[in-house]
Ligand binder design. Structure first.
Ligand SMILES: [Zn+2]
Length: 290
């Protein structure tokens, strides 16, 4: 089997625990309570190494203080869940059936993982493309999400978070070859300004369509506004990234609005795994959530 699948970490609880130890203490063991590095090995807790802190005299183990500390799931099951969720865009229903766990247990683990992911810090090199799409959130049983976009200069039909289609902004930074997907409360000028606020050059080139929220960029010397044409394949990276976003969300139909942010952070993390081997990808995902 190709190494896209880190099998050993999914079959042995002690191999799973080894990986946790490697990733968590990459920079040395540190007491989770007092941050001291004056620690010594002190027996074990199940398959996990235990430590004694010589500063505060408390003991802890490899799991203490992490999001998996109190999980009933075996660590190898937790890895499997996170791995197939990220790498293969597997639905929670399928994972639940594969592991013979309850839907709630799996969903809680996935969401707990996604909640632990940091917000991306957006620093733009430019030129940048920006666009918004509207995804169906909290509507169970919808066949598919769709971009409710009225073309051209129309300002109607664009949703806000009050509707069931919250706006999700896609930014493609051509200079840095980075992509960001950020849900917003509404698609208005202040949101656009916030998203574009952090840029290196004095004047950032921004490609937008004719939507009115982008109009103020026209008169602002911090920006150099250009237009994109929708449907113009090569030019419009935002559209293709937005369609990947919708594909990512589609097995998780019924993701509620308040869960959209963590699910989209998981989507961003997924991109970072593309060229990694199974073991490296799992380590990276674990590291992102610890
Ligand atoms: Zn301590």
């Amino acid at each position: 089997m190709p190494d896209i699948f880190p099998v050993s970490r999914f079959v042995s609880e002690s191999a799973a625990a080894d990986l946790l130890q490697q990733v968590r203490w990459r920079d040395g063991v540190e007491c989770p309570r007092c941050r001291s590095d004056l620690t010594v090995r002190n027996g074990s807790y199940r398959v996990y190494q235990r430590y004694l802190c010589k500063n505060c005299s408390r003991t802890f183990n490899d799991k203490t203080g992490t999001i998996i500390a109190h999980s009933k799931l075996k660590l190898k099951e937790w890895y499997f869940t996170i791995y197939v969720f990220l790498r293969f865009n597997t639905s929670i229903r399928k994972i639940e059936a594969e592991l013979d766990l309850s839907y709630r247990t799996v969903r809680r683990r996935v969401e707990c993982f996604a909640n632990a992911l940091d917000a991306p810090s957006i620093t733009l090199s430019g030129p940048v493309e920006i666009d918004e799409v509207y995804v169906s959130a909290g509507l169970k049983g919808r066949e598919r999400d769709q971009a409710s976009r009225s073309r051209g200069l129309s300002t109607r039909g664009r949703g806000s978070c009050d509707s069931d289609k919250p706006p999700v902004f896609t930014l493609v930074d051509r200079g840095a070859d980075e992509r960001y997907v950020v849900p917003a409360k509404s698609a208005d000028e202040s949101t656009v300004r916030l998203l574009l606020a952090d840029h290196e050059q004095e004047s950032l080139t921004v490609y937008t369509d004719g939507f009115r929220a982008y109009e103020p960029l026209e008169d602002d010397d911090a920006f150099d506004r250009e237009y994109v044409v929708h449907g113009d394949g090569d030019v419009n990276n935002c559209e293709s990234h937005a369609s990947l976003t919708r594909r990512w969300l589609s097995p998780h139909r019924g993701v509620s609005k308040d869960k959209l942010t963590p699910y989209l952070r998981a989507f961003e993390l997924r991109r970072e795994l593309y060229r990694k081997s199974g073991d490296e990808a799992l380590k990276h995902a674990l590291d992102a959530a610890l």
